[in-house]
Design a protein around this ligand. Structure first.
Ligand code: SAH
Ligand code: SF4
Length: 345
């Protein structure tokens, strides 16, 4: 069976022509898939019945099964756990605040980077997601939005997995999400979040793309970062910062640093000062997020006072930062957390 979301427009054309259909059918099928986000061939009402039946026999639209679908108590965050045909789980989170309709999608089942505070890191790496498996997460949420006359406005690649480890599929998926004849999500409205895979950041900078990147820094000294992020030994802070300077120089774009505040560990004034010295004068912004507690890590989120003190210290170095609220805590909307609860229940 062919997973249709795995195919580019040209590949879909070849597939459809191979079924003895005229080329113009591709555009029709594409519209049903990406603009209307239908879930069955039956709904593709402008296709001949015989073609729809053939598609049914040879192709699939949805390969993932929804295992859990939860709405947070404030009704603004929805989290879906999908099971893939090989039994693996991936999570997708939808957040609707004010006019924004943001989805947080996964790029891998599991993750090889092993960050100690992360539920996905705690499970280890299973496999890369295909282009179709990445894109289908957006399609799933697009379906309900289209029915309401709305659309996805932003996408963050902050679900399970390290996007730059699955480089080729991630970038192909971004191109697909970006497609004007499809979901048409602006390249600038998509954010790639990375643990700091230095060679991939350099390669990405050379591509001259509009899609911004966020770096999960979480500590400003190697001694502290080594404890949280094992791959820091491979790609230490100074190399990441060099890669960021290269990226900024090449693209003229601002870099975002992510910082999950863990009480007593990386929320100290010393860490804030070290961060201030590290990125002072750089075209960047820091997102401060209180840690989401996970079963495999004993750290706790920082208190509001500690967060404020951290932020004030950064201001002394003219480093701009935003404190991000934790949303959807009651539905375990943090990366990898829902799978954790279903599998280990
Ligand atoms: N692998 C990529 C993207 C997925 S993780 C990356 O690491 O950037 C998305 C973000 O969630 C990262 O900034 C990551 O550090 C953060 N994160 C993971 N577990 C977390 C937790 N328990 N609490 C707060 N943030 C967490
Ligand atoms: Fe992987 Fe990102 Fe989790 Fe680290 S934080 S283990 S890189 S998903």
């Amino acid at each position: 069976m062919q997973h249709l979301y795995d195919l580019s427009f040209d590949e879909l054309t070849a597939f459809i022509v191979g079924m003895g259909q005229p080329k113009f059918r591709t555009r029709q099928v594409w519209e049903w898939m990406y603009k209307k986000a239908v879930s069955s061939f039956d709904e593709m009402s402008n296709l001949p019945l015989s073609f729809r039946q053939k598609l049914e026999e040879r192709a699939v639209l949805e390969t993932a099964v929804v295992v859990s679908n939860q709405l947070s108590s404030d009704k603004q965050t929805r989290k879906v756990l999908f099971q893939l045909p090989d039994g693996q789980y991936v999570e997708t989170v939808f957040m609707g605040y004010r006019r924004r309709r943001t989805i947080c999608i996964s790029t891998q089942a599991g993750c090889a980077m092993g960050c100690v505070f992360c539920a996905t890191g705690q499970m280890g790496f299973v496999r890369h997601l295909t282009v179709g498996e990445i894109v289908a997460q957006a399609i799933y949420f697009s379906r309900d939005l289209v029915a309401k006359g709305e659309r996805i406005t932003n996408i963050v690649l902050m679900g399970m997995g390290e996007p730059l480890h699955n480089y080729k599929n991630t970038l192909a998926a971004i191109d697909r999400l970006n497609d004007e004849d499809g979901l048409n999500i602006g390249a600038r409205k998509i954010t790639i979040s990375t643990v700091g895979m230095v060679p991939a950041i350099l390669r990405y900078a050379d591509e001259g793309r509009q899609t911004p990147i966020a770096i999960s820094l979480h500590a400003a000294t190697n001694a502290e970062r080594d404890k949280l992020i094992p791959v820091n030994k491979k790609w230490p802070i100074e190399d990441i910062i060099d890669a960021c300077h290269y990226y900024i120089e090449k693209t003229g774009r601002r870099i975002t640093f992510e910082w999950a505040l863990i009480s007593g560990q990386n929320d100290t004034i010393e860490q804030a000062q070290a961060l201030g010295r590290l990125v002072h004068g750089m075209l960047c912004h820091v997102n401060l997020i209180p840690l989401n507690p996970t079963t495999g890590f004993s750290g706790n989120p920082s208190s509001r006072e500690r967060i404020d003190a951290f932020q004030q210290e950064l201001e002394k170095y003219q480093v701009s930062s935003t404190v991000r609220l934790r949303r959807g805590i009651d539905i375990q909307a943090g990366c990898g957390q829902l799978r954790d609860r279903v599998v280990n229940a």
